[in-house]
Design a protein around this ligand. Structure first.
Ligand code: PMP
Length: 431
């Protein structure tokens, strides 16, 4: 096959083979506005994936562009050693929003680094290198975070310095408990957790969980399962880390944080975030109670987390989100989008399930008449959607057969309907 673009062959000469690129003919994006992006050939796409949920509010949001330009015009700098006004302002906002009492926040440049830091804190606080993580989870690809990522498709190595136990509970559609109703599923998962704790001799530092598994295919446990887990863990003093990298900032519509859907026993001990808060700029972080945050004694973790330009972007982006009630928009437009997606998928034999909360929707594909995931069908729909002018994502277990839809939270009703129409056409390729 000839190279479709010179940039692709240049990319392949100098970048790692494992750097993922979507599509048989990868896209070079040149600019964006609102919920749309354009490629180097001048094609316009409705963006239903937002750079893997990084475009939280909208592309080229004027307030963010202005805040970045103004801060960049004044000072581009590291985040450490000197007082940093945009960082303090963002920390004030996020600690207040976190729901965690006496909260402190530490800023990082990514979700991976946020989870790294959460592991550092939890293991130091509990003096244990044992971590509980969910099967099918994704928490990053650095050396420590691959060690807590249950989804092996995303792990470059399993030579982790952590001792990790994987727990059942987040995946409903396959595995030993798949046929059980919610109550029996929850009881089985709690029994599994208790068995694992027996092996860990109660000494684990923390359990880390995504309220809705993102890379794993937007799958979540039955309501009440994480609360039941918390009761068991609280008895042992084991910390709860909520990875909100995909579920934070109101994306799920009904709640500002994903943990609030499981809030019977209050906020998590630690919360990690990234992706959308910077609207594409690299901002991540971890929030924890002061006694946990301050259990280590260090100058910083790196030079750049919390740097003024990224903090300015995040402050402007968060203010826009709150002022325009984009969580409410996620609930309303997300509800309508889910309805449309269900209608569009009805009668498509490969569709096993359409699920979602707010503006986080998924279509799971299997080989018709079987339980086997169908990654080829997922790729075919992804390509056809692109040809129709719609960008979506893929995810799921090791077999990646879930279509993921997570547009910017300012999505309009008209755009939701347009996206569903394009998807209906794309699904014809597998019908
Ligand atoms: N946690 C979750 C739940 C994620 O989805 C991701 C990214 N897909 C990460 C952590 C890692 O974040 P980042 O890519 O910013 O390092």
């Amino acid at each position: 096959m000839t190279d479709p673009t010179p940039l692709l062959s240049r990319h392949r000469q100098v970048l790692p083979d494992w750097l993922a690129l979507y599509y048989a003919h990868p896209i070079e994006l040149t600019h964006g506005e609102g919920r749309h992006v354009w490629d180097a050939d001048g094609n316009r796409y409705l963006d239903f994936f937002g750079g893997i949920l990084t475009t939280m509010t909208a592309h080229a949001l004027p307030e963010v562009t202005k805040a970045v330009a103004e801060q960049a015009g004044r000072l581009i700098h590291s985040s450490t050693l000197y007082l940093n006004r945009p960082m303090v302002e963002l920390a004030e906002r996020i600690t207040a929003l976190s729901g965690i009492p006496d909260a402190r926040v530490f800023f990082t440049t990514s979700g991976t680094e946020a989870n790294d830091t959460a592991l550092l804190l939890a293991t130091a606080y509990r003096r244990s290198n044992q971590i509980l993580a969910m099967r099918n989870s994704y928490h990053g690809r650095s050396f420590s975070t691959v060690g807590i990522t249950g989804n092996r498709a995303w792990s470059a190595t399993s030579l982790s310095p952590l001792q990790t136990y994987y727990v059942h509970g987040a995946v409903r559609s396959r595995g030993p408990f798949a046929h059980l109703d919610d109550a029996a599923f929850t009881a089985a998962a709690v029994a599994d957790l208790e068995d694992v704790l027996g092996q860990a001799r109660g000494g684990a530092a923390a359990l880390i969980a995504e309220p809705i598994q993102g890379v794993g295919g937007f799958t979540s446990p039955p309501d009440g399962l994480y609360a039941a887990f918390r009761e068991v863990l609280d008895r042992h003093g084991i910390l709860w880390i909520s990875d909100e990298v995909q579920t934070g900032w109101g994306r799920t519509g009904d709640h500002f944080w994903g943990w609030q859907a499981h809030a019977r026993n209050g906020p998590p001990d630690l919360l990690t975030f990234a992706k959308g808060i910077g609207n594409g700029m690299s901002v991540g972080g971890v929030v924890a109670r002061a006694e946990i945050m301050n259990c280590i004694d260090t100058n910083s973790i790196s030079t750049f987390g919390g740097s003024p330009v990224t903090m300015a972007a995040a402050n402007a982006n968060l203010a826009h989100l709150l002022d325009h009630d984009l969580q409410g928009n996620a609930r309303r437009v997300g509800g309508l989008l889910l309805e449309r997606l269900r209608a569009v998928c009805a009668g498509v034999p490969a569709v096993r399930e359409v699920r979602g909360r707010g503006l986080m929707a998924a279509i799971e594909l299997t080989r018709p008449g079987t339980d086997r995931a169908d990654p080829e069908a997922a790729s075919a729909v992804l390509e056809a959607a692109r040809a129709g002018g719609l960008l979506i994502g893929k995810g799921g277990g090791h077999d990646t057969a879930v279509l993921r839809i997570a547009p910017p939270l300012s999505l309009t009703v008209g755009e939701a309907e347009e996206g569903a129409r394009i998807l209906a056409e794309a699904l014809r390729t597998i019908t």
